[in-house]
Design a protein around this ligand. Structure first.
Ligand code: NAP
Length: 304
């Protein structure tokens, strides 16, 4: 029996584990089979306070991981497959084992969205990717597409610029959603070009990406563009499938939190992207992890 089980190992989950471990709560962190969350797929993190020269995403997560371990959090690398919040103690199944706890922090984060067009699924790992940091080196001197107009898409384009010959950003509007800083960087990069008011309708290729069918959203005009890869960066969806029968979710699947980090079930708290459709930053997730841990502490004092 644990005082608290934390589900997820991004900035929210690991910060929660640092706080509950340091408060000497018997803490289990179920990290998932791939741990560390989205920062493991990021290169330079320049806006996380405390690192004046920036820090690599995986290094930041490794530091958090070691800090949580130092305070005694136990960690397992399994995916949570089932939860039962109708009983006391609360139950969580991961791998073949069922774990029990007096409280839970859900910090399962979010996953990349896909376009859902023909060819996308079939050519995943064969030129279709959601991670330029992981896959950009495969496309040295090649022509690649990036889909999206937000910060993630701009970061993908900049990461690809170190390797690719030409990067074409395909955006469905004629202005970017990304921050001004990132916009300035991409507009200055001579390798990065734009196809405005356009969407990808199909990704073509036999055993690797060979091209895409683009369509303008204003004129419906279609064109075929040859390319070697498509990097999809159109946002994320919260990882809440296993909670949908037990907790209240909003229309986009985010867990609805009440009064900070509480959910409708006593003893179940929430932190990070899984409940945040607005900010979704590493630092806001870490802050939410801290809040959830403090709420757990107060809850366990009130109902030991
Ligand atoms: P986002 O801000 O939601 O942007 C998603 C982009 O994809 C938008 O431009 C959107 O177009 C487009 N899009 C969505 N669905 C689409 C579809 N089906 N087909 C074509 N285009 C589609 O997502 P994000 O870029 O992943 O960023 C998420 C959050 O993380 C943001 O708060 C961002 O600031 C943050 N972030 C920060 C950094 C950083 O600070 N360095 C880096 C990465 C992410 P519309 O613009 O038309 O809606």
């Amino acid at each position: 029996m644990f005082d608290v089980i934390i589900l997820g190992s991004g900035p929210a989950g690991l910060t929660a584990a640092i706080y509950t471990g340091r408060a000497e709560l018997h803490t289990l962190l179920i990290a998932g089979t791939t741990w560390g969350g989205q920062l493991m797929l990021t290169r330079d993190v320049e806006n996380f306070p405390g690192f004046k020269e920036g820090i690599l995403g995986p290094d930041l997560m490794d530091n958090m991981w070691k800090q949580a371990a130092r305070f005694g959090a136990q960690m397992i690398y399994d995916d949570v497959t089932k939860v039962d919040f109708s009983t006391s103690p609360l139950k969580v199944k991961a791998g073949k084992t069922e774990y029990q706890a007096k409280s839970i922090v859900i910090a399962t984060g979010s996953s990349p969205k896909w376009l859902g067009v023909t060819g996308e699924e079939r050519l995943r790992g064969r030129g279709v990717s959601v991670c330029a940091v992981c896959d950009a080196p495969f496309f040295k001197e090649k022509k690649v597409m990036v889909v999206g107009g937000g910060d993630s898409a701009m970061e993908e384009a900049l990461a690809l610029s170190k390797f690719a010959r030409e990067i074409v950003v395909v955006h469905r509007r004629d202005e970017l959603r990304a921050s001004k800083t990132l916009q300035q960087r991409v507009f200055k990069d001579p390798k990065i070009k734009f196809r405005w008011n356009s969407v990808i309708r199909e990704i073509q290729g036999n055993d690797r990406v060979e091209g895409v069918i683009l369509q303008r959203v204003d004129t419906d005009e279609k064109s075929k563009v040859m390319c070697d890869a498509v990097f999809v960066a159109i946002g994320h969806k919260p990882n809440t499938e296993i909670f949908k029968t037990q907790l209240d979710l909003d229309d986009q699947g985010y867990i609805i939190a009440q009064a900070g980090t509480k959910t409708k079930v006593q003893g179940v708290f929430v932190a990070g992207d899984v409940a945040d459709r607005h900010y979704r930053q590493a630092i806001t997730a870490a802050g939410a992890g801290c809040k959830a841990a403090l709420d757990v502490e107060r809850y366990l004092i009130a109902s030991p």
